[in-house]
Design a protein around this ligand. Sequence first.
Ligand code: SF4
Length: 738
Amino acid sequence: MSTAQPNSLLRQWQGPLTRDLVLRPGDFGLGQVPARLKPDSTTTSVCGFCSTGCGLNIHLKDGEAVNLTADTHYPVNLGMACPKGWEALTPLSALDRGTTPLLRSAKGQWQPVDWHAAMLEFCSRMKAIQARHGPHSIAFLGTGQICTEEMALLGSLFKFGMGGLHCDSNTRQCMATSHTAYKESFGFDAPPFAYSDFEQSDVLVFIGANPCIAHPILWQRVMRNRRNPQIIVLDPRKTETAMAATQHYSLRPKSDLALLYGLANLLIAKSWVNREFVARHTTGFEGFAEFVAPFTVENTSQATGLSQPEIQKLADTIRSGERVSFWWTMGVNQGHEATRTAQAIINLALMSGNIGRPGTGANSITGQCNAMGSRLFANITSLLGGHDFANPAHRAKVSAALALPEERIPTALGWAYDQIVDGIDQGKIKGLWVIATDVSHSWPDQDSLKGILGKLDFLVVQDMYPTTETARHAHLYLPAAGWGEKEGTFINSERRIGLVKKVRRAPGKALSDFSIFKLIADYWGCGEMFQRWSSPEAVFGLLKTLSRGQPCDISGIQDYAMLDRCNGIQWPWTEGDAQAQPDATPPPERRLFENGRFFRADGRALFVFESPREMPEKPDHEYPFVLLTGRGSSAQWHTGSRTSKSDVLRRLAPATCYVEMNPLDAARLKLQTNRKALVRSRRGALTASVFVTATVQPGQVFIPMHYAQTNRLTLPVFDPYSRQPAYKACAVRVERVI
Ligand code: SF4
């Protein structure tokens, strides 16, 4: 049992917690909107759904947000927003918001409790598990949806304060591959582009990306391109983006690595190699050229299902561009050989010198609004600030910056998400803390995951809603404030740090995640360690210090006011950069590697490559279809925890799960549009309405990922380097429901 003292904030709350007591101005994320916002005015913030990071004008009445519009001045979205952005305030008013901590009674019923009781329960049970099963028998699974300062506090609290090691976040499901690929190839997790590159390319190649649906505002940036570009889409499906492209190559699922190697070989043969760039700025090209030699047009055609003239045309189009940019998202990141596929894209950009110039780049588009904050500052896959846990100099630097005993900093990474799930299954992890993610919905092989979670001694869910699938099974629920109810920063796909403002009061006793972490630190007994972490902006100051000297150095950003004034600032922005600018203000857009210098020790980018491997679960007689999953609507976000709360957004996407199927397959199975079908994999089954469409190839079916049941079917296989799940392809069969 903890002997920790509640912090001063909570001491005032002993006794009944009333709304008035909770809503105290200036108490972390609590209370009224900050005094700096005028009660009836318009302020700005950054959208909290996807990584595009659109700027929004938030209109306040009596100090509370009542409406919003897209910000015309913000350099990201230039006055545009997608349906989710326009509806961003609606989920805050949902009737099922959590308003008080809930504790499961001995009879299995949830009982409302105050924060004091909730904190005592959290700390005593987590500590008891550690005492019985060892310090590493507790874990957390976090999110790319909370603010950077909150992530940094969470990861630091868990690893430095609570003595835990195994933690991960849903960024693993989204961006782990890009993180790993960039780190190996460039020496740091560094997406090089600015959004204006969409407008400045001659040839844009989208690989496993459907920005029309997944990143609609980025697609609008493509539409602003006045260079009459060739827009190429590599995707098994004729997605909305493929329909709008100038060329679509419908390759076989998971044959992208073979295609990219085949293209490299063909382009080398066509002398599309920038020899000077390769010689001055890269390592390993000769070995790469030798490696790709067997990927002849004939072999590539066989592997991908594309015809030889198609492959030739694709190579010729790429070759014709003065400025060629390559863009990828989850079609690449969520694959069984995802890291090598991402690096095959990077290799194409490197060998042609298409990097560091306007309209070029090997550009990974991020998923969640703050996946990059998670990659750099969550203290999970990197030590705070993109440092390395295993590097003694890095540990010493972090220890000094945080006035933290160095022995508190782990010397190795903890387990990744899938290893934590395995650890629970094997009884090694007994306590799990889930923050702002719906594990039961989003993890592959959902049915078996639910059984595994049932083995936990203690499951805590901290979320806006106690109604998520995971929260329903929690022993303890902690009500959290959502986007718009707290302050902090997000980092978008082009490395822009944007300011998120508190423009609404959280309901009831809900607290910002930041406040909850601070409370836990105090109750745990390690509050002293986080004394300087007094507010999100104070933490931002610490992160600035920690970033100094790193590629993501943000020491030149003064404070939140500067972020606000500059419409967000891309990293890096160092003190030296600020001193070199007459007004210390960064230019609105910047890209990396303009000087050809990369972040590896020798300053050169590395060609990384490896032979393709077969799809882990190929279709066969019993399960003859390849199931593809992805985003089905720009109106729904991931598990729908928030977007499903909006009537408007619900009406913009079919209410029930559907499966897209080619007309030839539908005719053979005697299925028509709107008929029900049973889709079954080796792991589970679901019923879906059939949608007959030629956008999917014969032998393939597609189901959107936001439906709760989709992951009953998916395969728990992981890229070996990034450990990101391979959601995109597995074998299923489809049966007519009579
Ligand atoms: Fe928000 Fe993304 Fe839509 Fe922009 S594109 S409004 S960031 S969800």
